[in-house]
Write a protein that binds this ligand. Structure first.
Ligand code: LLP
Length: 453
């Protein structure tokens, strides 16, 4: 019988694991580029429709390496970085520093100095203390640094608590009510060029009402900021956070980016009119919505075990769909390459990638190899009941916040990242070896003393 196999970017999954090993992160380059362009053009088209323009930054925290930074720059996106390390990657990729934005609630003075000296286009100031630090660094470098102020609009986005970032009781940004005072403090520095407010309400958000409410609240403060500055405030940064479908059941809930863009443009236009201010240029910073669905993780099944579920209907978990048993399928990776299920209870879907099967479906939980019961890759899905050791499994939508949140828990080396395109595959991030991890240990007193003298 024909053995149908899953392909990513025109390459068979099993050819990828044969060449690059398992587990393996795979990024479909064309899908990432197409989506980057789609998101950028949707947001820019709508901004232009209302009579302004938009800059779209790719939020590198979702997944950044030199190659991906290049793709994004080539597709016309600017790059948002959140640490000195991400900044170094973007610069190494040859990204125009003027098209880099630098975020973070606790950037070090060194990071700030490096960003200023590199000519980073915009630094997003997160606090009053940071205003002084950025002003000093810019003065020392003899430049006038463009800055935005990160504020909280007070909108509590409907998403996982860890992903909501614009209510007051969390670490990022300053209360919107404080903006006039903080902006005045920024304006008092000749070395700072204040260009507008920034607000990121949270991440993996489907409903657009939070984005709209936040935009309107931010713009409601612009008249006062204009008075303080004695000029229009030229920009408004609405952050990222646009959700994606991780499972087919979520697909209907995700609004098309074109619709989100239209709704945001409309509220900005209406608010500018309502508050009598000049239309600001718009800025966005999507990460997940750009790269999330371009990634697939391939694993190899090591063991399986069936567990009987609660016997009586009364005890049964309705999410278990009436199945009498759950098949635990252990793979060769886990929470070290995808922390999201353990961190956020995130859902994924899985399929067998190396063969087709007519076996009756089984309720499965795909688990990793780490020493934690919460080491889950896929909480609940259906797979052919004959899933067995040696099978290749593919977990979709792992392009965002998987490599970037990865760890070496249990001294498990990180897998490599491979880009596939037009039927070809190439390494874009090297994997790690056990020897490299072992080499981090200091070997005994001699070496220690030598190192100290
Ligand atoms: N801008 C700012 C200031 C941000 O803090 C973030 C994400 C973004 C943009 C991009 O958000 P996105 O478009 O990717 O949703 N580790 C979590 C997500 C944390 C997001 C942190 N900030 C996860 O895996 O779901």
């Amino acid at each position: 019988s024909e053995c149908r196999q899953l392909k990513v970017g025109g390459v068979r999954a099993t050819d990828l694991t044969a060449e690059f090993g398992s587990p393996l992160w795979v990024i479909d380059e064309q899908a990432a580029r197409d989506r980057a362009r789609e998101v950028r053009t949707a947001l820019q088209r709508e901004a232009e429709r209302i009579g302004t323009s938009a800059t779209v930054y790719y939020a590198g925290k979702a997944f950044l390496c030199v190659e991906v930074a290049r793709w994004m720059a080539e597709e016309g996106l600017a790059i948002d970085v959140a640490s000195g390390g991400e900044l170094a990657v973007a610069l190494a990729a040859g990204v125009d520093p003027a098209r880099i934005g630098f975020h973070g609630n606790n950037k070090s003075e060194r990071e700030i100095a490096r960003a200023v000296e590199a000519g980073v286009g915009t630094i997003i100031i997160d606090s009053e203390i940071e205003t002084e630090r950025v002003a000093a660094a810019a003065a020392a470098a003899g430049v006038r640094q463009r800055v935005r102020l990160r504020v909280n609009s007070g909108v509590h986005a409907s998403t996982h608590d860890f992903l909501a970032t614009s209510h007051e009781d969390q670490k990022f940004g300053q209360p919107l009510a404080e903006a006039p005072r903080l902006v005045a403090a920024i304006l008092a520095h000749d070395s700072l060029d204040f260009v507008g407010l920034h607000c990121h309400i949270g991440s993996q958000i489907f409903a657009t009402d939070g984005f709209r409410e936040s935009a309107r609240r931010l713009l409601s403060s612009y008249p006062e900021l204009e008075r303080i500055a004695g000029r229009p405030i030229p920009e408004l940064n609405l952050g990222g956070g646009f959700g994606i479908a991780y499972t087919s059941s979520e697909a209907d809930a995700v609004p098309a980016i074109a619709d989100v863009a239209r709704e945001l443009a409309d509220i900005v236009a209406a608010s500018a009119e309502e508050f009598g201010i000049a239309l600001p240029r718009l800025v966005f910073e999507p990460g997940r919505a750009v790269i999330g669905q371009a990634g697939v993780t391939l694993y190899t099944v090591g063991t399986t075990k069936a567990v009987h579920l609660a016997g009586s209907d009364a005890d049964a978990d309705p999410d278990d769909l009436g199945y009498a048993e759950r098949l635990y399928v252990s793979v060769d990776g886990g929470m070290s390459d995808n922390a999201r299920p353990a961190l956020y209870g995130a859902d994924y879907q899985v399929r067998i990638a190396n063969r087709e099967s007519d076996a009756v479906a089984a309720l499965v939980r795909v688990v990793g190899k780490h020493c934690e019961a919460g080491d889950i890759v896929v909480q609940r899905d259906l797979l052919p009941g004959d899933v067995r050791p040696g099978d290749t499994l593919a977990v979709a939508a792992t392009g965002a916040y998987c490599w970037s949140l990865s760890s070496n828990y249990n001294y498990v080396p990180r897998p490599p990242v491979v880009a596939v395109r037009d039927g070809g595959a190439r390494l874009i991030v090297r994997g790690e070896t056990e020897d490299e991890l072992l080499a981090k240990s200091i070997f005994g007193q001699d070496e220690h003393t030598n190192g100290a003298t």
